[in-house]
Design a protein around this ligand. Sequence first.
Ligand SMILES: [Ca+2]
Ligand SMILES: [Ca+2]
Ligand SMILES: [Ca+2]
Length: 218
Amino acid sequence: MNRFLSRLLTRFAAPVTVAAFMAAAPAAQAGVLFSDNFDSQGAANALSFNGFTHWAVTDGTVDYIRSGVQYGINCVGNTGGCVDLDGSTLNAGVMSSKVIYDLLAGTTYFFSLDLSGGQVRDEHNTVNFGFALANDLGSFLASDMVTLARNDPFGTYAVAYTPGSDVSARLVIGNAGGDNVGLILDNVVLTSKVPEPGTLALLGLGLAAIGLRRRRAA
Ligand SMILES: [Ca+2]
Ligand SMILES: [Ca+2]
Ligand SMILES: [Ca+2]
C-alpha cells in the first residue's frame, strides 16, 4: 500500500472511507446465461418432437407447437413457437438442457420459464422444473412444481439456487403423467447474480483500514 493511501486510511475513520468508495462501486453483476423462446425452432408443428437446438427430450415425448396451429394452442403473445410438455405417445416429456452449467458456490442462479394451462382439455397438469445434477437428472438441487388448469393464462415461474459448493447441473423440465396434453412451455431464461466486485473490494479496504489502525494502536 502506498504512503498516501495508508495516510488517507489512517486519517479517516473506516466508515468515511467506505462511503467515499461506495459511490464508485459498479452495479450488481447480473447476466443472462441462456434464453430460449422456441420461436425459431421450426416453421411447422411437430408431434413428439426431439430436434430441439438446446434441449434433449430425456423421457417421454413433447410436441413442438406453432402458435394457433395445433388444436388452436397459443404460445406467448399468440405468435411464434412453444412446447406442449406432454407429447403424443401417452408418456409425458422431460426436457433437459444440452449444455451443462458449472454453477459456482455463492452465486445465485435464477431459472425462469413461462407456463400456461393445457388449453385443449378440461384437466389440470403439473410440471416440475429446476436444476438437476448433470450426471443424474433425477436428482434435483433446487426445483419447483406448478399445477395449472386448462384456461390458466401464461405466467412466469422461477427457481432460485445458490450452490454451497461448485456443482455441474442441467436445467430440467418435466410434465407429470401422460395423456397427450400437458402444460404449454415458452420463454426459458437462466440468469446469474454474482457477488458484487465493488463490495468485495470495499470489504478488503475496510479490513485493511481496521488492520492498520490496530497495528498503530499496538
Ligand atoms: Ca415462443
Ligand atoms: Ca400433446
Ligand atoms: Ca395431462
